[in-house]
Design a protein. Sequence first.
Length: 165
Amino acid sequence: MSEAEQAWFAVHTKPRCEKKLDGMLGRLGWEHYLPLVERRHRHGAVFRAYTKPLFTGYVFAKIPLEQKARLYQRQLVVRTIGVTDEGLFLRQLDAIRALVAAGVGLALRARLTRGARVRVKSGPLRGIEGVVENPGRNEGIVVSMDVIQQGVHVAVPMEDIEPLD
């Protein structure tokens, strides 16, 4: 099959279906990648190790375009997101592969930009919504009072906030 008839996609899976889709893609012989990281969880006095997807809900796959509909046959896929800049995508995928292979501690962070709307997900400010002030310097968020066009800045660690959609 020629390269022109295939394209890379980020395949968004149904909840907890990443490994099933990974297996299906392997059986089909399609090039794909599911970055897995090891996590340890404590159950009482016992620690258990398990692997989980680095990007929950996503598998990256190079799919023959005329066979794309096969992805939806087993009820594992929500949607496919096409890759517009394949060169950039492959460089980023190689970087992720290198990080996973190095076995260093990885933690997923939302890529937040100045002005992004967020919610505090843990700690004493849980549930508070605001706007990212300066994500590069971890300066926290601004909670707005729009009616008087003012805001209050509060320092919140970036790991304690989540983006609002």
